[in-house]
Design a binder for this molecule. Structure first.
Ligand code: GDP
Ligand code: MG
Length: 436
């Protein structure tokens, strides 16, 4: 989607003057891009009409930078369409009960774990996970594995085939044991059917949740909208969780679902790991769809993960010209902590496209780590001693080639140079920012 829109908006970006024909052409491209992303035809048409009206209303053609204004209009309208401001989840109950709904494979169990982890680590809650998938013993086991991973208790009752009873027993258990959030993971089916709907609405009625979340696979496109509608008709859910937004995903689902069921998208899932969860921000999503990059979340994530102590230590070393390979390694480890590289790179404006085909997986770090580990302490602190025979030894020791060692040395030199530059100029501010 973003590439197509990029192209469409490219016509206008930077254009000194545009004509009405130009606006119409661009909006046609925008509409096509939305359709390609599985946005419903009617919604796409309404969208471009609204933008056109607003553009004419604001006299786009007579402003100094019509291209920029058009981009802003498209962006604002997209943001509006996806829900305006970010909405949180209701945690006012004691315990607060959160019910998961959705088709099989949409990511309910994974997301239940992610949410429990999020509430535990970011909101200091004591969640209880409840396994209400009574059909597949493997599903109960899956939730236990997830719970163990994040250190959250899982309530299950394998002999019991009655999800309403399990949910009620779990809530009683939560009250007795001081859990303030209860997350109920339910069974899904491959397609919407009466039995599943009855079952989940029975649980819904029995536990009266503060928050019912509908979990949907963002990759299912137009189908996602139909499923959302079916679940909303029965459960009147409170919010949507859009999973699998990490792959080659169509952002279109976010737009369509919101406009069809008019419920906020509250979270997104961006991977299989337990920390691959983000609060949904419509304006950031609009930026991402438009290829402007999600700089705000990049900065936020960097701030969260960057170890302040480490930053200060490195700063001192750079000042004293003592930056060596051990520091280089710890820098890399810091970067790794921030999340998968592909994720991060995708958030940098323009980079997502430029680096789309370049493989920046975490594996390339393993090689770098191996090479540094194969260096002597002297080589690490004073890399200038690394001559040809040392390079050969390092290559052998780490299972890499001399070429790769050379590449690493080059990267190291570039990084040290950059760090010195940052130290000198406005870079101090940047280091401080990262340190926070
Ligand atoms: P459920 O049947 O609704 O409980 O779905 P699961 O939680 O078992 O997830 C189904 C599959 O999707 C599993 O293989 C998960 O690892 C995977 N999955 C879930 N969420 C995400 C996500 O955000 N990104 C990716 N890439 N995979 C996901
Ligand atoms: Mg499941």
């Amino acid at each position: 989607l973003s590439e197509k829109l990029d192209k469409a908006l490219h016509v206008l970006k930077g254009h000194g003057s545009i004509t009405e024909v130009n606006v119409a052409e661009t909006l046609k491209e925008v509409r096509r891009a939305l359709l390609d992303a599985d946005v419903n035809f009617k919604i796409a048409k309404e969208f471009t009409n609204t933008v056109k009206e607003k553009a004419l209303g604001q006299n786009v053609l007579t402003t100094l930078q019509p291209g920029q204004l058009m981009v802003k209009l498209v962006k604002d309208e997209l943001t509006e369409l996806m829900g305006g401001d970010a909405e949180g989840i209701n945690l006012s109950g004691n315990p607060s009960i959160i019910l998961m709904s959705g088709l099989q494979g949409s990511g309910k169990t994974t997301f239940s774990g992610k949410l429990a982890n999020f509430l535990k680590t970011k909101k200091a809650k004591k969640p209880l996970l409840v396994a209400c998938d009574v059909y597949r013993p493997a599903a109960i086991n899956q939730l236990h594995v997830v719970g163990d991973q994040i250190g959250v208790e899982v309530f299950s009752d394998e002999g019991n085939k009655n999800p309403v009873q399990i949910a009620q027993n779990a809530i009683a258990h939560a009250k007795q044991n001081g859990h303030n959030v209860v997350i109920i993971d339910t069974a899904g089916r491959l397609a919407v059917d009466e039995e599943m709907m009855n079952e989940i609405s029975n649980v819904y009625k029995a536990v009266d949740p503060q928050e019912t979340l509908f979990v949907v696979d963002a990759m299912t496109g137009q189908d996602a909208v139909n499923t959302a509608k079916a679940f909303n008709d029965r459960l009147n859910f409170d919010g949507v969780v859009l999973t699998k937004l990490d792959g080659d995903t169509r952002g279109g689902a976010a737009i369509s679902i919101k406009s069809v069921v008019n419920k906020p998208i509250k979270f997104i899932g961006t991977g299989e790991k337990m920390d691959a969860i983000d609060v949904f921000y419509p304006n950031r999503m609009a930026d991402r769809i438009l290829g402007m990059g999600d700089v705000v979340s990049l900065v936020e994530r960097a701030q969260e993960q960057y170890d302040e102590e480490e930053a200060r230590k490195i700063q001192k070393k750079i000042a004293k010209n003592q930056f060596g390979f051990d520091d280089f390694l710890s820098q890399i480890q810091q970067i790794k902590k921030m999340g998968s590289m592909k994720d991060l790179v995708g958030m940098i404006p323009g980079a997502g496209k430029a680096l789309k085909d370049v493989d920046i997986d975490d594996d390339s770090f393993k090689h770098i780590e191996a090479m540094i580990h194969s260096m002597t302490i002297e080589e690490r602190t004073n890399p200038s001693v690394i001559n040809a025979s040392r390079k050969k030894r390092i290559g052998k020791g780490s299972g890499t080639s001399v070429q790769e060692v050379n590449q690493l040395l080059k990267q190291f030199n570039q990084m040290s140079k950059m760090m010195k530059m940052m130290q000198g100029g406005g870079g101090k501010k940047m280091m401080q920012m990262m340190g926070k």
